[in-house]
Design a protein around this ligand. Structure first.
Ligand code: FAD
Length: 492
């Protein structure tokens, strides 16, 4: 039978292995780490469990589809619930707001707490829905690198609406047009961070992101985020995919313009096609160093990175939910620090994710597992030891001010993830969370395609290639890629 090698078992590599199995391939996955999932893994610290990377889960049907495709009922294998509250927002002046998933309820809360007419919110969400309907088919579900994408009814309808779809302004500009209250502008600007971008630079088209949360929903897997990885991994094993852990691929073997296999552990393994799920920049640097380099694509700026403190906190804070944001008093300055100055701001926006709110066995009773994160610049060789020590102090001071507590004595266990360790644990270039940033309107077109235009039978998936980072887009990259393989096969 036909054979395929997948390099990396990130979420897209796992999805690719399932999809290729369903196309009749015998699939081998080589993974550098001892575990599957890449960024989507977990850690255990004493009695506390933490999801190590992603915490927000949208578009769960992209996971469900993998089970359906394999002839299985998704809910028998992977269960999740829809969140009634998307996020708790806190400001330094004491303002607190709950972002209800129900748009009407959210609009009322905003009117009550921020004095903005509820109709403004409903209009903004409707606009996000409109943009999503026009942009998603074009940018999320198809290759941008095939002519057929550009000559179809969706594309034509979207060109006619480019101005209205916000190609020409920034996210912040659009939000300031929609809303009067600066806190509300800030709340909606935050969505730029969902793909590691800067709201003061990123195009207003990214205002489709709130649509995912408010109009479709945010979800939580009943067994935690890591269950996304585990359930797809189990499915792949059931389908006969062979996994090789602790096996770092050294080279993609190319002969006469065709990928013919990989070199791993000093040995050559051949296959009919090769799928690369490793970060694209590092794949060219390490696995394809003797091949033609797509220089322009390789030098595109990367998304932001993050600094995370996994803290076991021996106290219950009833005012905190699964997702919590303690906003900076000067958002613009914070992004200036991240994207221009390449350092950490003294009043950072602090995100606290607490899975024990929904999954109680993640922390001992009366305690909580805090995944405490700030956005940071990506790794350019800064003095991280100093920056981390400073940031830790800023974060604790901020939490103390906003929640009126004394946090330090409550921290029972601690582990830290920073841009350097994100880079070393997942081979992510500069420790970027989402591959390239989207800080200009051409970014969508400057991601690597899901195939190689120079090397036959070499394909790409994952957060560093089209359509971009984050769990749903990474999963979609595997789908676009396998659709292409299928199409090539039928064409013969
Ligand atoms: P990756 O997770 O990047 O994994 C690549 C895999 O390839 C790794 O396992 C690596 O070991 C392996 N590999 C690399 N080189 C080799 C080699 N030479 N040989 C063999 N194996 C190799 N997304 C969301 O949707 N929601 C969130 O809330 C969210 N928050 C995030 C928070 C953090 C802290 C981080 C780090 C990311 C977050 N993301 C979030 C982004 C999301 O995690 C990624 O976009 C997604 O997981 C990327 O998947 P991937 O398939 O590209 O693979």
């Amino acid at each position: 039978s036909k054979t395929a090698i997948v390099i990396g078992s990130g979420i897209a590599g796992l999805a690719a292995s399932v999809r290729l199995s369903n196309l009749g391939y015998r699939v081998s996955v080589y993974e550098a780490n001892a575990y599957p999932g890449g960024k989507l893994s977990e850690i255990q610290l004493g009695d506390y469990r933490f999801d190590a990377g992603p915490s927000l889960f949208t578009l769960p049907e992209e996971v469900d589809e993998l089970f359906r495709l394999s002839g299985k009922k998704p809910s028998d294998h992977f269960q999740y619930l829809k969140l009634p509250v998307l996020c708790h927002y806190f400001w330094e002046d004491g303002t607190r707001l709950r972002a209800f998933a129900d748009p009407e309820k959210f609009a009322k809360e905003v009117e009550k707490k921020l004095g903005e007419p509820s109709q403004c919110i409903l209009d903004a969400l409707q606009h996000a829905d409109y943009m999503y309907r026009h942009l998603a088919p074009l940018f999320m579900h198809r290759s941008l690198h095939r002519w057929s994408t550009w000559f179809n009814q969706w594309a034509l309808a979207s060109y006619l609406r480019m101005g209205k779809l916000g190609i020409f302004g920034t996210m912040d500009g659009a939000n300031r047009k929609h809303f009067k209250n600066p806190k509300l502008v800030q709340l909606f600007n935050r969505y730029a961070t969902y793909n590691g971008s800067d709201p003061y630079q990123t195009p207003a088209t990214l205002n489709i992101i709130p649509h995912l949360e408010y109009n479709i929903g945010a979800f939580f897997p009943k067994k935690g985020m890591h269950e996304i990885t585990l359930s797809i991994y189990r499915l792949a094993v059931e389908l006969g995919v062979e996994f090789h852990f602790n096996q770092k691929v050294e080279k993609i073997l190319v002969e006469k313009g065709k990928a013919i296999g990989v070199k791993v552990g000093g040995e050559e393994q051949s296959a009919d096609l090769v799928v690369n799920n490793m970060d694209m920049v590092n794949a060219y640097k390490h696995l394809l160093s003797d091949q033609k380099q797509p220089k322009y694509l390789l030098k595109q700026p990367k998304s932001s990175s993050a600094l995370i403190f996994y803290w076991g906190i021996k106290k219950n804070f009833p005012e905190l939910d699964l997702h919590n944001i303690l906003f900076s008093d000067n958002y613009k300055e914070e992004f200036n620090h991240i994207f221009q100055l390449g350092t950490i701001y003294s009043d950072p926006t602090v995100y606290i994710n607490i899975t024990s709110v929904y999954k109680q066995d993640d922390a001992p009773s009366g305690s909580m597992n805090w995944f405490t994160m700030i956005n940071t610049p990506n790794n350019k060789g800064q003095d991280w030891e100093t920056l981390i020590a400073e940031a830790r102090a800023y974060i604790i001071q901020k939490i103390n001010r906003v929640l009126g507590t004394d946090l330090e004595p409550l921290i029972e266990v601690e582990e830290i993830l920073d841009p350097r360790t994100i880079e070393s644990k997942t081979s992510s270039s500069q420790g970027a969370l989402y591959g390239n940033s989207s800080n200009n309107r051409y970014a969508a077109f400057l991601r690597h395609a899901n195939y190689s235009s120079d090397i036959d039978r070499l394909y790409f998936c994952g957060g560093s290639v089209h359509p971009g980072g984050g769990i749903p887009l990474s999963l979609l990259s595997a789908k676009i890629m396998t659709d292409m393989i299928k199409e090539t096969e039928t064409r013969g």
